[in-house]
Design a protein around this ligand. Structure first.
Ligand code: TGC
Length: 411
């Protein structure tokens, strides 16, 4: 009689092992069975893109601190720019499909997923939701195609978690319907600003916070990439200065009064992050699993040691839970019932757990794990940015705290 170790999976006693039950080492719960054929097809398309266009070069881009701008039109062709938006050349895909794409892209690198988020969830969503018909026609088709890059200028050097304290101001330039605006101030951590064809800029006016579209080349605007980053290196974040920038009346986004304007866009980006972080976690786990099966120590594969198996299992449990959470969130979003505190819960949990997974994965890789040959430490470093932008862990904790107690504790 064969021992348990000698038996194949199919020969083991107990319930019949079906194809569905053998969904692979990353999907013990068979979460794939919760996805439609269209969703699986879309995911495979983006996964193939990540394998072919991101993974082969990412270590070099990361080391050289380069964002591959040539990917922008390719991502447009892939259909992931503004992919949840309808009309104006946008793909009009579901929230779950957008989430799956974010997950696959972030399995490549958070910097690439961040570009897609800033472009689609922030800049394009701002124009789509709050822009005039002319503004939408002018910018959205080219942004969906990746021909024009957008950025979203909200955060300031002294106003990060508290955008209500922004110091950037837009004052009326003249009077009457033809009156334009003069913009003064500074923004920080603005993704892709130095490459942007159009900036969505949030500024304080006499009527509260409003959004403005500032095209590239507008006099008085400077965007300077922030150097010496230890995270998100295959990506560009900038300091942006506005020095007496004169804008016509057509620059104003007619909708989006107050902070509800930018926060509506942040909901979209935070949603995508909840999915994306699980992509970085999954890639870290898979790298560690593969390494542990090949690498011999003390005469047998690392994967054969109890301590390694415990690490792998703990990682997998969090990835499966986080992916299920993201999928539930996506279904709520597609049903039109999603609430901001639900997004906060998922962003907080999934990024926090993804960092833990990436760090644990690195320990299995030993010394080799600190080189660019393996992804986990790069993912862990990137996720430090992801846990900080679009609402820090602390901000999302307090959003949830306010929700469950009814008491705001921000200040
Ligand atoms: P609060 O009084 O709560 O709300 C002000 C107004 O906004 C509305 N609102 C929302 N609307 C839609 N979605 C949400 N999630 C909303 N949250 C609030 C709210 O209803 C109210 O509307 P109204 O019409 O009554 O005026 O505002 P608060 O100042 O007390 O908020 C506190 C806090 C901490 C929750 C908020 O400030 C916050 O979320 N802070 C975090 C900011 C943040 O996430 N920043 C990241 C910016 S992203 C970026 O800069 C670029 S990163 C990507 C890149 O470019 O690379």
């Amino acid at each position: 009689m064969k021992t348990g170790e000698e038996m194949t999976r199919e020969e083991m006693p107990g319930e019949e092992v079906t194809g569905e039950a053998m969904a692979g080492p990353s999907d013990v719960l068979d979460l794939d069975s919760l996805l439609s054929a269209d969703e699986l097809e879309l995911r495979q398309k983006v996964r193939d893109f990540t394998e072919q266009r991101i993974k082969p070069d990412i270590a070099g881009w990361y080391e050289d601190a380069v964002f591959p701008l040539e990917l922008a039109p390719e991502l447009g062709e892939l259909g992931v720019l503004g992919m949840h938006l309808e009309g104006y050349g946008c793909p009009g895909r579901s929230a779950v499909e957008y989430g799956l794409a974010a997950m696959e892209l972030e399995a490549g690198d958070s910097g690439i997923r961040t570009f897609v988020s800033v472009q689609g969830s922030l800049a394009m969503t701002a124009i789509h939701t709050w822009g005039s018909e002319e503004q939408k026609e002018e910018w959205l088709p080219r942004m969906a195609a990746g021909e024009v890059i957008g950025c979203f200028a909200l955060t300031e050097p002294t106003a990060g978690s508290d955008p209500a304290a922004m110091a950037t101001v837009a004052q009326r330039d003249g009077s009457g319907d033809d009156a334009g605006w003069v913009l003064n101030g500074a923004k920080r951590w603005i993704g892709l600003a130095s490459a942007a064809g159009v900036m969505v800029v949030w500024a304080m006016t006499d009527d509260g916070v409003r959004g403005f579209l500032v095209p590239a080349g507008t006099p008085g605007v400077t965007a300077t990439p922030i150097k010496q980053k230890l995270s998100m290196r295959a990506s560009i974040q900038c300091d942006v200065a506005f020095d007496g920038v004169r804008l016509g009346p057509e620059a104003l986004l007619p909708g989006g009064f107050g902070l509800r304007g930018p926060f509506t866009c942040l909901n979209e980006a935070r949603y995508g992050i909840a999915w994306g972080a699980m992509g970085a976690a999954r890639d870290s786990y898979e790298a560690a699993l593969a390494y542990s099966q090949d690498r011999l120590q003390f005469g047998k594969p690392l994967a054969g040691y109890q301590l390694t198996q415990e690490k792998l299992v703990n990682m997998l449990v969090e990835i499966q839970k986080g992916t299920l959470l993201a999928l539930h969130l996506g279904r709520l979003k597609d049903a039109g019932t999603i609430r901001p505190e639900q997004i906060s819960l998922a962003k907080l949990n999934n990024v926090r757990e993804a960092i833990a997974v990436a760090r644990e994965a690195r320990t299995i890789l030993g010394g080799n794990g600190i080189t660019g040959d393996y992804s986990p430490l790069r993912h862990a470093a990137n996720l430090e940015s992801v846990r900080t932008y679009e609402g820090t862990d602390e901000v999302h904790t307090l959003i949830l705290g306010r929700h469950i107690t009814g008491l705001g504790a921000f200040h």
